[in-house]
Design a protein around this ligand. Structure first.
Ligand code: KIV
Ligand code: NA
Length: 263
């Protein structure tokens, strides 16, 4: 049965954890899908892990569309989400055109980095039949504004602000939230405050689900592995086994553990 946004909402309500991974090609998409992954993201992380850039900023809509087509061919049932890359939402008209490019490539939802200021954009997309996921917390496209890859939402004020912004984007029609690199306490608060599922990456164990960059799961990321990432291949005999372990650990609430969590 294909995983839909309705199914993800049901999973949240029934306290079943959502397990998701990034994917960029047909072979891995098929492997992850067969292992039972709930959601696949064609992330603009491809700028780093596939293209070798040191940020996601050079990634284009054509890059995401190309990889989305490949992932769509390999995928079976997982919900396929594609990233709207840096500067792909400069005007409402261009946003709609870029989202259409990704939907035609096979995406079933688009993900946009930002907050409450996206409400108009979210409404416009949803009204034109494009489901939206909002990415909050450490939004890598803003690395130059943040002055580095840093944990977000650490102060009481920042936490309250992110909660308000998350409620606003849900109200505007977003159907999924990705929260990256925030204290576990805030990940939990977001999941409790929202009806839509909150998928965490470096957001603690209490979110409605987890996402990981596939290269981090396989331990083939170059340079320093982020604190929240875990090499599941290290304790497995094959890639399918590592993927199954990841999914099982997410479902049982065993990943992320304390060592992969910000407090
Ligand atoms: O691009 C990406 O891989 C992402 C995930 C880390 C959520 O946005
Ligand atoms: Na991304």
């Amino acid at each position: 049965m294909p995983i839909t946004t309705t199914k993800l909402m049901d999973m949240k309500r029934n306290q079943q954890k959502i397990a998701s991974l990034t994917a960029y090609d047909a072979s891995f998409a098929a492997l992850f899908d067969k292992a039972g992954i709930d959601m696949l993201l064609v992330g603009d992380s491809l700028g780093m892990v596939l293209q070798g850039h040191d940020s996601t900023i050079p990634v284009t809509i054509e890059n995401i569309a190309y990889h989305t087509q490949a992932v769509a061919r390999g995928n079976g049932n997982a919900l396929l989400v594609a990233d709207m890359p840096f500067m792909s939402t400069p005007t409402l008209e261009q946003t709609l055109q870029n989202a259409a490019t990704l939907m035609r490539a096979g995406a079933q939802m688009v993900k946009i980095e930002g907050g409450a200021w996206l409400c108009e954009t979210i409404q416009a997309l949803v009204r034109r039949a494009v489901p939206v996921c909002v990415h909050m917390g450490l939004t890598p496209q803003s690395v130059n504004v943040f002055g580095g890859y840093k944990v977000q939402g650490r102060s009481e004020a920042d936490m309250a602000e992110m909660l308000n912004q998350a409620k606003a984007v849900e109200q505007a029609g977003a159907q999924l939230l990705v929260a990256e690199c925030i204290p576990a306490q805030l990940g939990k608060a977001l999941s409790q405050a929202l009806t839509i599922p909150v998928i965490g990456i470096g957001a603690g164990v209490d979110t409605d689900g987890q996402i990981l960059v596939m290269h981090d799961l396989l331990g083939i990321t170059q340079g320093q592995l982020p604190k929240f990432a875990k090499n599941f291949l290290a304790q497995s005999n094959s890639i399918p086994e590592a993927v199954t372990r990841y999914i099982t650990d997410v479902r049982r609430g065993l990943f992320p553990s304390e060592q992969h969590t910000f407090s």
